[in-house]
Design a protein around this ligand. Structure first.
Ligand code: AHR
Length: 554
């Protein structure tokens, strides 16, 4: 039976209103308590592969020794790059990888990172002297490439790494401490045809005769903060200057502007106004508008210590990403009527304190928990619900810092729960996102306000996204309820489900994680799903879970 969307929503809203007012859980368990309606006839947009992008910065243990172990290392490597990382990342079919920062980018001179490694200069790494006082002070950090940047990993090593894993490079230009010329020379080094210019000859001398063909370029990073402390008006002027008459060398350039810090819509509005001062064509230069948002404690609280209320609190704060996407998109539309510029959420994730099992210099390195996995699922679902707006997203960062997919120290290497979510969500890549309605009872919890007084708060009880690829519908969903499953009726509007399968990441322990001692403590499991003959699909989403349902339709 086809259910009209309005009819479905009317029924569902009545149901959730009733649920909110009176119904105890047992009343709902007589029939399915939640409902998901997948509207396959309402496509949103193709889910861009780069929504499954990544981010690598010279920060703590990300590059040294997360990625780069060196060619002579005992740790298995491909030309100096950690083999286990390449082998596992490749499986995820990654989109773009952003590099070299982050804040590091605006203190970096790309010319330091090319040529014979033993001749490259050593610098103090931006992050070794961080103003984030939640980390150790500079003088307390052990010596090593995390503190004294050896530049052994630079443009050529990065592009080679991208090639090894099948990703596209996305380079961020230094707008704070180097001028336009240095940016243009980097472009020339990467993209100019073999041996036609001094910089392309230099590239060939370094072993890379063919151009790297880098399309994605970030014009600064967090230019409102570490990237220059600009006002949005000033940044608009800098952006125009940096992007005026860039040589393309036949490589289509996709420029990404340094967007807002979370909800700062003023930054977005004033920047676009600043571009428009020189006429509408300025906006055409932009491929993407960056957006950065971190939940978590910016390094103050350990990743795996939280109460049930804190579990919900962080999930709810991560959910803020949805309104950020919507709010900035709305402002962008005031200037970009044709909607040519899309959002590039090129830093997202939950930020905690580093684990004790890595050295002090491995800033914000931790293995993450089930809570982080749910945050990954929530974010990917949000981006997919807004596939018409978001063309790129990059969790911060790939390995050994913040919301990472991998955790490594010397010969130890593990996959974090975030990795598993990325693997589970892969069928969405390049599929068409479709409108999907989720109806469920909210979860209630308390959080502490600024005065540490408990205040009531809530979060949806089930949410996710769906996409279609041929006869396969992929539904991914997060159940944030720490204790209760969600029995859910699932309908595909206009199609019959003939078979289904589930892949579930969950645990009885909301603090579950992987560690060097127990590397496979938390992994997804496959489950069969029975479709009753002529009946409705009712699926019970496990408590504290991320689930992928593969639904094959007639
Ligand atoms: O990802 C860590 C840092 O967070 C990045 O360098 C910066 O852009 C952001 O503030």
């Amino acid at each position: 039976m086809k259910i009209g969307r309005r009819e479905f929503l009317k029924g569902s809203l009545a149901m959730s209103a009733a649920a909110a007012m009176i119904a105890p859980r047992s009343v709902f368990s007589q029939t399915a308590e939640s409902k998901v309606e997948i509207l396959i006839n309402e496509p949103i947009a193709k889910i861009h592969k780069d929504v499954y992008g990544h981010f690598v910065e010279h920060l703590g243990g990300v590059v040294y020794d997360g990625i780069w172990v060196g060619e002579k290392s005992k740790i298995p490597n491909y030309n100096g790059v950690r083999k286990a990382l390449v082998d596992n990342l490749k499986k995820l079919n990654p989109g773009v990888i952003r590099y070299p920062g982050g804040c590091f980018a605006d203190q970096y001179d790309w010319r330091d990172g090319i040529g014979a490694r033993e001749k490259r200069p050593t610098r103090v790494n931006f992050w070794a002297d961080t103003r984030y006082k939640t980390t150790k002070n500079y003088e307390d950090l052990p010596d090593g490439p995390q503190k004294y940047e050896s530049n052994h990993f630079g443009t050529d090593e990065f592009v080679s790494f991208c090639k090894m894993v099948g990703a596209d490079p996305y380079l961020a230009a230094n707008l704070r401490s180097r001028d336009v010329r240095v940016f243009m020379e980097w472009l020339e080094y990467c993209n100019a045809p073999a041996n036609l210019t001094t910089w392309s000859a230099e590239r060939a001398k370094n072993g890379f005769k063919d151009p790297h063909k880098v399309s994605f370029w970030g014009v600064g990073n967090e230019s409102w903060g570490c990237g220059g402390d600009f006002t949005p008006e000033e940044y608009a002027t800098e952006f125009r200057k940096f992007t005026a008459w860039l040589p393309t060398y036949g490589v289509p350039l996709k420029l990404i502007g340094s967007g807002p810090n979370g909800g700062d819509v003023n930054w977005t509005r004033k920047f676009f106004e600043g571009l428009a001062l020189k006429g509408g064509r300025q906006i055409n230069k932009l491929y993407g508008w960056g957006l950065h948002y971190y939940s978590g404690s910016t390094g103050q609280q350990v990743a795996n210590e939280y109460t049930e209320n804190e579990w919900y609190d962080l999930l709810e704060r991560s959910n803020r990403m949805e309104s950020l996407v919507e709010d900035h998109w709305q402002v962008m539309g005031e200037f970009d009527r044709e909607r040519r510029v899309k959002l590039a959420v090129d830093e997202w994730g939950a930020w905690h304190k580093q684990d004790a099992d890595v050295p002090a210099g491995y800033l914000y390195a931790y293995a993450g928990t089930l809570r982080d996995a749910l945050i990954s699922g929530m974010h990917l679902d949000i981006f997919q619900r807004h596939a018409d707006k978001v063309v790129m997203a990059n969790p911060a960062q790939l390995i050994n810092t913040i919301h990472s997919l991998f955790h490594a120290y010397e010969d130890k290497f593990i996959l974090t729960p975030n990795y598993h979510v990325f693997e589970m969500y892969m069928p969405h890549m390049n599929a068409t996102a479709v409108r999907t309605e989720f109806i469920s009872q909210k979860v209630n919890f308390t959080r502490l306000d600024a005065q540490r007084k408990e205040i009531p708060a809530n979060l949806w009880g089930l949410n996710g996204s769906a996409s279609i690829n041929g006869k396969t519908v992929t539904l991914t969903a997060v159940n944030p309820d720490a204790k209760n499953p969600r029995e859910t009726e699932i309908n595909i509007n206009g199609a019959k489900i003939v078979s289904a399968a589930a892949r579930v990441l969950t645990s009885n322990d909301i603090h579950a994680r992987n560690s060097f001692e127990n590397p496979r403590g938390l992994e997804p499991k496959d489950e069969g799903v029975k479709i009753p003959v002529g009946g409705k699909l009712v699926y019970k989403f496990a408590p504290a879970s991320v689930t992928r349902l593969t639904l094959n339709i007639a």
